[in-house]
Design a protein around this ligand. Structure first.
Ligand SMILES: [Zn+2]
Length: 241
């Protein structure tokens, strides 16, 4: 058991409502969709960042940081940025796959799913439990409690002040600073980044026949019919007697 400076990353997928999780088929498909999305995100993690635990609709990653490795945290933050690209790519593929496919509410509302990611750094206790590396300590509690916050946006990346003050380059724009009140731990300064919006928009359903459409069709066909009559009349007029 030892104390180790560690980067902690929590990626959380949310967006399904209670309604989606009401029917058996929807529950199964929701589970499958979320698992695929988490896998797509987890595949982006490269050394030293590694998946530590899957927790329902969230994935928890850790990376031991050497005190003299200055670029490590920058690299990890960049990796977490790429989580959003992987998530959106997978979600878009699922979206294309489900249009016109399964009608269950989980498949039909894939585009409502969003990714929230949190990055924090601190001293954590690392211990081996069987084959698993367990991490514990206040920093681990803090990053999980940050899930409950005052941020109104549906999709975002949060870096705690402890991360922000250590990274040498800030790879993201579109940010604002907040102070969150975290249960038992007090005020925690965070930077909230808004990844470029990539919300999918379902094409509006256009009825095939509208009153306007029918009117237009009648106007056009009667005009065409009139033209046909006129042309024929001319043809008849020009015919040799
Ligand atoms: Zn379905």
């Amino acid at each position: 058991m030892k104390l180790q400076k560690t980067a902690l990353v929590l990626a959380d997928i949310s967006g399904y409502t209670r309604f989606v999780l009401f029917h058996k088929l929807s529950i199964l498909h929701a589970e499958q969709i979320i698992t695929e999305l988490i896998e797509a995100v987890a595949e982006q993690a490269r050394f030293p960042l590694r998946l530590n635990k899957l927790q329902g609709d969230a994935a928890f990653f850790v990376a031991a940081i050497d005190e003299d490795d200055e670029g490590a945290l920058d690299d990890i933050v960049t990796q977490v940025g790429s989580f959003f690209d992987a998530f959106r790519e997978k979600r878009a593929a699922q979206f294309r796959g489900t249009i016109g496919g399964c009608r269950c509410s989980a498949c039909q509302t894939v585009e409502n799913l969003t990714l929230k990611a949190f990055v924090h750094v601190g001293e954590v206790v690392q211990k081996k439990v069987g084959d698993f590396d367990e991490v514990a300590g206040e920093s681990v509690i803090l990053i999980h409690r940050l899930l409950k916050n005052s941020i109104e946006e549906r999709e975002y990346l949060v870096l705690t002040d402890d991360v922000v003050k250590e990274i040498t380059a800030d790879p993201f724009t579109n940010k604002r600073r907040l102070v969150e009140m975290v249960d038992d731990l007090g005020e925690v300064g965070i930077m909230v980044y808004q990844p470029q919006s990539s919300r999918l928009t379902r094409p509006a359903k256009q009825p095939l026949l509208t009153i306007e459409g029918i009117k237009t069709a009648i106007v056009y066909s009667s005009r065409a019919f009139a033209q046909l009559l006129t042309r024929n009349a001319r043809v008849f007029q020009n015919m040799p007697q």
